[in-house]
Structure formats: structure tokens, C-alpha cells
Ligand binder design. Sequence first.
Ligand code: SAM
Length: 240
Amino acid sequence: MSTTTSILFNNKKIVPKEFNKIASKYDFATAMSHGYQDDLNKSGSLLQLKGDELVVDLCCGTGKSTVAFKDKITTGKIICVDNSEGMLAVASEKFADEIKQGKIEISLQDAMNLNFAPNSVDAIFMAYGLRNMPDYEKCIENLFSILKPNGQLVIHDYSLSNHPISKPLWFILGYGFIVPFCTVVSGSSTIYTYLIKSVLKFLQPNEVKSLLEKKGFKNVEIVNHANWRRLFFHSFRAVK
Ligand SMILES: C[S@@+](CC[C@H](N)C(=O)[O-])C[C@H]1O[C@@H](n2cnc3c(N)ncnc32)[C@H](O)[C@@H]1O
């Protein structure tokens, strides 16, 4: 691990600064990742919404995760939260019309220190966010607190299955393809090296489920993705 990646890994507070550097290239780099938006859409479809809810897209980045469910909201509101100004600038441009209409609000906040009242949010979507938190337990505790009773949480992240091939395959895919390719596309290797490492260290699906249950969530479901993707990605739906 390079010194910068290691600093990033040990101090996740500076992760958004690295996202600022690649913000303008993020949509292009992820468009090259086969199935990126389809996977998000699948997780977005797990949100059971009537249309009038207040939904927080936590760690929304450039808003690809918001796209996964925004059409389900008609009279309600989506607050897109991230603490990278660069990523939010791209999201603001993408959702200029919805922001004007008051359907989407962009909010610069740290996911570990959210500015929402307890019991005030109907649903939270968190895609590729939990893994970046310095303290998973504290984060889930905070999310539980701001959700209304019966509020929904959907998490989508790289969470390697316990199949023996998952880790070695991720290692090969990561260092053999993702890091070199994304470094060329985005001009920065740091955040992608961090990505590979953080996925290797992140919780496995059953551990995420246990954590959600430990923090009080009920009806916790693990949702697999199609074919080989089930080795690397998982979605989780839980209710307060
Ligand atoms: C991999 S991107 C995912 C973006 C989007 N959800 C998607 O699916 O494309 C992770 C995002 O998490 C944000 N992030 C990381 N740590 C954060 C924190 N503590 N608070 C808020 N956002 C954070 C980063 O700035 C980045 O935009």
C-alpha cells in the first residue's frame, strides 16, 4: 500500500478530499464498470415508497444512486447528502431541474454527524457509503436514530460473500484491472487502491445483517445480485 493510500485507510475523514479530485471523471469511470447503474437500480427498487416520503440518499456522490429511486418520489423530497463538494457539484448540475422544483435538495454533511432530527426521515438509501465510514456501528446507530418508526434503510455495497473464491478474485480483479484502468481514466490511483483494500477489509453479508439487528433493525434481508456479481456486491433492506 502506498503511503497516501495507507493514510486514507487509517483516516477515513479525508476520503471525501480524494473524491473531490476525481469528481469530474466519476460518472465516466463508473459507466465503464459493467452493470454499475443496474446494480444501483436493483437496490433502489428495494425501497418501498408511496411517493410522499422524505428520503435521504446518504453518500450520494454525483447522484447515480439517487437516479436509482428518484422517480418513485412524486410529492415527497430527496435530500442528497455527501461531504465531497466536488461530487455534490456534479450532482447539483445533474439534478438542476429537480432542485428548482424543490424535489431534490443537495446537502454537504458528514454521514457520521448528520443534521437530521431523531425520527424525522422515512427512508435512507446508502450506496457504497457504509464501507467508507470510520465506525460502522456508530453510523448504523445514527441512521436508526434519524429514521421514523417503520422507516426503511437500504444499503448497497461491496460486501464479499464467504465463498472461498471471492477474496482472491476481488484481489486479482482489483489490482489487475480496476486500479490500472481507473487510474488511466481518472488520473488518480489513490482512491481506487483504497477501494480494493477497503473492500477486502469490509464486513461480509452476514456480519452486516448482524450489525443491523444488533442496532435494533428488524426484518433484515440480504439481497444477492445476479451471477458472478453475487460474490462481490450485496444489498441489505431493514426496517426500524
Ligand atoms: C463510491 S462513492 C458512491 C456515490 C454514490 N452513492 C453512487 O452510488 O455512485 C462514495 C461517496 O461517499 C462519500 N463519503 C465518504 N465518506 C463520507 C462521509 N463521512 N460523509 C459523507 N459522505 C462521505 C464520498 O465523498 C463519495 O461521494
